[in-house]
Design a protein around this ligand. Structure first.
Ligand SMILES: *Cc1c(COP(=O)(O)O)cnc(C)c1O
Length: 466
């Protein structure tokens, strides 16, 4: 008889996993050393050729066995990765996950709780309730703490799903009247416009943001011109420039006009943990809903999004019944009803890695990471500012630094970025701000040091056409 492949769970799971994990860890080490930089050299074709060669026949008639498959494919994936743990990988809001969070995520995979019903996740669902409540109180520190009226938070796959849910909750709040009109700034994340499209709402009103943030006076005019149910979506940490909209003023205008307010803090919410920086988020708690994304300034492996909700009654529209998951009599008998916590059904316990991280590092440990990456951004901005051949867009608010070689045109900028990518030297982003293209460094790696930042600028200098 053939032996069956071992399982990850059960009492035998750990013993089956240990040698496989050794293989995985070896492959991560070897693959990373082979790459020797922030991303693979050679561009898309070279990477595709290497991965295809390693994969061979992706579905062979007879398998290679676990050891060989893990070694081959994990090595190939590591060789060809853009590794956010490399200090020169700094394009996107793509954070290097903490080892402790990744270790916790392994347990999530091994146990495989599914968060859609209590009988699939007895302990994980309790942990999720604890942690979402804790994070909701971070966002809304002055709100009610009574069960039933205290703020709450839902776990999402990221900012996109959290923004979608926020728009959905706004739509449902105004269900009986007219469709809600979404109003955002041109600086808002693209997922908001997509959410309006997905949810069948009118075309969003997108207000110009020439200075990078939503202007309260412009918003006031739009709200005056547009009576009826409205959802204003402001941003705390824009994706392109890391800017924070003037939240208190925006909240004032929304309150004066009776508009609902959502704040997309997918990037900026990490500042909540830092006593030095949390004041930049003043006004956040005046929003009805807030998007958080701990796979950005939270050092979690993907996915780790949340939507915080000030009034838990706003979540009522998500209530849903499927007899096999939350039958009335089960709920009456005391089994928690979890189906209304998401639009997904089967759902990973992403809360575990978050819970472990919060406990392992504590408030001060997380604050230190936040403070460190903000300080790094300021350091890079100073280096750019002092450099005779580089122009700085502005002093950073969060951890994004926009810069360009003096005298370079937009085509040069795009070309510098692509050459650095193709040569496997550095991963920089690009952002169109004030009508021009800028190189973008998003600093999320607390292990980056000033020497790395100097090296990054040297690379840009060396790739700038004269
Ligand atoms: C990253 C980002 C999002 C989208 O989040 P995902 O986790 O990628 O879905 C939404 N809003 C802002 C401001 C972001 O920076």
């Amino acid at each position: 008889m053939r032996t069956l492949p071992p399982l990850a769970g059960g009492t035998d799971g750990p013993d089956a996993l240990r040698p496989l994990l050794d293989t995985v860890l070896d492959a991560l080490r070897t693959g990373g050393a082979d790459r020797g930089g922030p991303l693979p050299a050679g561009g898309p074709e070279a990477v595709a050729a290497r991965v295809e060669a390693a994969a061979g026949d992706p579905l062979p008639d007879h398998g290679t066995g676990a050891e060989a498959a893990l070694r081959t494919l994990v090595t190939a994936l590591t060789q060809g990765a853009a590794d956010p743990a490399d200090p020169l990988c700094a394009a996107h809001l793509h954070c290097p996950p903490l080892a402790v969070a990744t270790a916790a995520d392994l347990a999530a995979s091994a146990l495989n709780p599914s968060m859609d019903s209590w009988d699939q996740a007895p302990a994980a669902s309790v942990l999720e309730t604890l942690i979402t409540g804790t994070l909701a109180r971070e966002v809304y520190p002055h709100a009610d703490t009574d069960a039933g009226t205290a703020p709450d938070a839902l776990v999402t796959t990221g900012g996109t799903e959290a923004n979608q849910l926020a728009v959905l909750l706004a739509r449902e709040t105004h269900r009986t009247t007219r469709p809600v009109q979404l109003i955002t700034g041109a600086n808002a994340h693209h997922s908001l416009t997509r959410a309006a499209w997905l949810l069948g709402l009118p075309e969003p009103i997108v207000l110009p943001t020439p200075n990078g943030t939503l202007d309260p006076a412009t918003l006031d005019e739009a709200l005056t011109d547009l009576p009826g149910p409205r959802l204003v979506a402001a941003t705390a940490g824009t994706t392109d420039a890391g800017l924070i909209d003037p939240l208190p003023e925006i909240a004032d205008r929304c309150a004066a006009h009776g508009a609902r307010l959502h704040i997309d803090a997918a990037y900026g919410a990490g500042l909540l943990f830092s006593p030095h920086h949390r004041a930049a988020l003043t006004g956040l708690d005046r929003a009805h809903t807030v998007t958080l994304d701990l796979h950005k300034l939270g050092w979690q492996p993907v996915a780790a999004g949340l939507l915080a909700v000030r009034h838990p009654t706003d979540l009522a529209p998500l209530t849903h019944q499927a007899d096999y998951l939350n039958a009335d009599d089960d709920t009456e008998a005391g089994l928690p009803d979890l189906l209304g916590r998401s639009l997904r059904t089967t759902r990973r316990p992403d809360i575990l890695k978050i819970a472990v991280t919060l406990k392992a590092l504590g408030r001060t440990g997380i604050a230190a990471l936040v403070d460190q990456v903000v300080a790094l951004a300021h350091h890079l901005a100073r280096l750019v500012d002092l450099h005779p051949g580089l122009d700085l867009y502005d002093t950073p608010t969060l951890t994004t630094v926009l810069f360009r070689p003096t005298g370079a045109n937009d085509d040069d900028i795009a070309e510098i970025r692509r050459r650095l990518l193709t040569e496997g030297r550095a991963v920089l982003g690009r952002a169109r701000v004030d009508g021009r293209l800028w190189l973008k460094a998003t600093l999320l790696n607390p292990h980056t040091d000033p020497g790395d930042l100097a090296a990054l600028l040297k690379l840009v200098e060396g790739h700038t056409p004269r």
